[in-house]
Design a protein around this ligand. Structure first.
Ligand code: SF4
Length: 335
């Protein structure tokens, strides 16, 4: 059986809340709460949820750009959460990240060739080889080798994201965490960057964790999808199970907001508007974290935390009363 390239188990990332003159810790926010998943070779796992659901913190925790509080992240044989500097250097050659804002993630003061070569310099790649690889990578992402002499501000948003992608490929990683990689780009440019990501995935045999709030983009790119709410994965499974037979009420509400291309279906689309705001992650509701907004919540939901379990569609769902295939949340709400 093929081994996963990335294994995440019961990952928790908390941040301290500080107050007062002495910035004393007065509480903790759990941004990522008990998240587990495997990522297989050349697979894309989409991670979706509203802003603030913990998906970006999850991506950063995998690379220890923020330190996880507990749990396990394994890349091959290496336990990332406890890896020393030497082991982390190896992890960073295997696991890279592409950020949402290509401009903020590229140092404006250094030419593009040095930006792309920097990871190679850190890993001791010979200068001549690094220069060859930079030229190859620029070409591979649809730019020209001579673009290496220019600075980030001389490029458009789409080109800058291509530079970010070229940099992420410099050490020939196996896994790339893509944090909203196209959400800062014009729609016309998004498709080009998504196509590029698709092409290099096959060519470089990459696995992706694709973090996004746009469910249409995730449907296009992902093999499996994880839906997050208030730091927790509430539904995870094959893309078609999640999109065709969603079982968690929150997934239903997210999908009901996605426009449909067919005008007849679009006219009959019933949007589910969730009431109330997302609760503060500093004091999440007891029981099911979604119960304060769930239109079908019952007493049990207010006291008992639902665990992920497999349902009829094949996916795993953390809900006491999952929506069954063929049912709609709107129907259930009216009962
Ligand atoms: Fe809604 Fe209850 Fe399911 Fe939570 S456990 S999503 S409150 S039905």
């Amino acid at each position: 059986m093929t081994a996963p390239v990335l294994q995440v188990r019961e990952l928790v990332t908390e941040f301290p809340i500080r107050a007062g003159v002495f910035r004393r810790e007065v509480g903790r926010v759990q941004a990522v709460s008990d998240v587990s998943f495997d990522l297989m070779p050349v697979e894309t796992l989409g991670v979706v949820g509203e802003s603030g659901c913990g998906k970006t913190t999850l991506g950063r925790s995998l690379l220890r750009l923020v330190e996880p509080t507990s749990g396990s992240v394994r890349v091959g044989d290496i336990e990332v959460t406890t890896a020393d500097r030497h082991a982390m250097k190896h992890v960073r050659s295997q696991l890279q990240m592409v950020f949402q804002d290509p401009y903020a993630s590229l140092n404006p003061r250094i030419p593009v060739r040095d930006i792309i070569a920097e990871p190679m310099r850190i890993h001791g790649v010979d200068k001549v080889e690094a220069a060859d690889r930079v030229a190859d990578l620029l070409t591979r992402v649809g730019l020209l080798p001579e673009h290496g002499n220019r600075y980030p501000h001389e490029f458009s948003g789409g080109q800058r994201q291509r530079i970010g992608i070229a940099r992420s490929l410099a050490l020939r990683p196996r896994i790339i965490i893509l944090d909203e990689p196209v959400s800062a780009l014009d729609v016309s440019i998004q498709a080009q960057v998504l196509n590029l990501l698709d092409e290099i995935q096959d060519e470089f045999e990459l696995s992706y964790v694709f973090i996004a709030h746009d469910l249409s983009v995730v449907r296009h790119t992902s093999d499996r999808v994880a839906v997050m709410y208030l730091g927790k994965v509430v539904e995870i499974g094959a893309r078609d199970s999640i999109y065709d037979t969603p079982a968690h009420p929150y997934t239903h509400s997210l999908l009901s907001a996605v426009p449909v291309a067919d005008p007849r279906r679009e006219r009959s689309r019933q949007r589910i508007i969730l009431e109330g705001d997302v609760p503060s992650p500093a004091s999440p509701p007891p029981g099911c974290r979604f119960h304060t907004r769930c239109p079908i919540a019952q007493d049990r939901c207010r006291s008992e935390v639902p665990e992920l379990h497999t349902v009829a569609g094949g996916q795993q769902v953390a809900c006491h009363f999952p929506v069954e295939p063929g049912q709609t949340l709107v129907e259930l709400t009216k009962r």
